[in-house]
Design a protein around this ligand. Structure first.
Ligand code: 15L
Length: 270
């Protein structure tokens, strides 16, 4: 059984993935926030903005699912620390520890300034919609460098929104169910011969804005479709910002800073 490190394991996506992948891999969960791991899994507290922590957690694993980071639009300082320095540390620590395979959940916000009347595939030029989107593009390009220069195997998943059900009209296009993201991440861990691939992390949504044929080529067969929830979602939808509604990235395209609900609460530094 492969040993797989999941960084950012206590976040929403990490929690879904560690539940869905339990039993399939030997999971080493890691986060800044302490957690009591589910039975049969191990937990290592670490801050990936420190290289020494990144080296410690990546030692001896077969693959890494690097979820750790700042997960919404927010202050540049926080994004820089978590998603630029943290991402560099994890990829570089993996290289130094001889771990070849990394699954990097990047984001729909790397291409969020494409319009909703466009269908895009994995080959389009990037169009980040936020500082957060730019930080995800950084991870994509660092992955590309490490694949070409060091022969590492990089699987980039441009995730829409992972949730048990689609939350609003926009998410009817980009939603991915927990079991579908688990299937896609497993392809990223196990598919032989990966060099550098970009796929979209969405279910088989009728209203998708993405041509996800690259994921299908690699064997992805999503089981869910957001359309099953459409009537309910649309009935409760309220009109949003008209500019944000033009673009796939939604509110991130107009937001200056969106507070991260997952950020530790405390006194603001003066
Ligand atoms: C993301 O990339 C975020 O990590 C997540 O919190 C959601 O905002 C999601 O995109 C989305 O666009 O719904």
């Amino acid at each position: 059984m492969k040993t797989v490190l999941i960084t950012g394991a206590t976040g929403d996506v990490g929690t879904h993935l560690s539940r869905e992948l339990a039993g399939k891999y030997k999971l080493r969960l890691s986060d800044r926030r302490p957690q009591t791991p589910p039975k049969g899994q191990s937990f290592v507290k670490a801050d990936i903005s420190n290289m020494s922590d990144a080296l410690r957690i990546t030692k001896g694993v077969d693959a890494i699912v690097h979820l750790g980071g700042y997960s919404v639009e927010g202050p540049w300082k926080a994004i820089f620390q978590a998603n630029i320095i943290g991402c560099y540390n994890v990829f570089e620590a993996a290289r130094r520890n001889g771990v070849k395979r990394i699954v990097f959940p990047t984001s729909n916000h790397a291409v969020g300034f494409y319009r909703r009347d466009q269908t895009i595939d994995h080959r389009v030029y990037i169009k980040p919609d936020s500082r957060y989107g730019v930080s995800k593009v950084f991870g994509d390009t660092l992955g590309s460098l490490y694949a070409d220069k060091y022969g590492m195997e990089m699987f980039m998943v441009r995730i829409g929104n992972v949730h048990p059900f689609p939350l609003d009209k926009r998410r009817l296009s980009i939603w991915i169910s927990p079991r579908d993201i688990a299937q896609l991440v497993s392809i990223g861990i196990d598919h032989p011969g990966i060099k550098f691939e970009i796929v979209y992390g969405i279910s088989s949504n009728k209203r998708a804005w993405y041509d996800n044929s690259n994921a299908a080529r690699l064997g992805y067969r999503p089981q869910d479709d957001a359309e099953a929830h459409a009537a309910e979602v649309l009935a409760r939808e309220k009109p949003g910002d008209p500019v944000a509604e033009l673009y796939q990235g939604g509110i991130f395209t107009v937001a200056e800073e969106v507070p991260n609900p997952a950020a530790p609460k405390g006194k603001k530094k003066k």
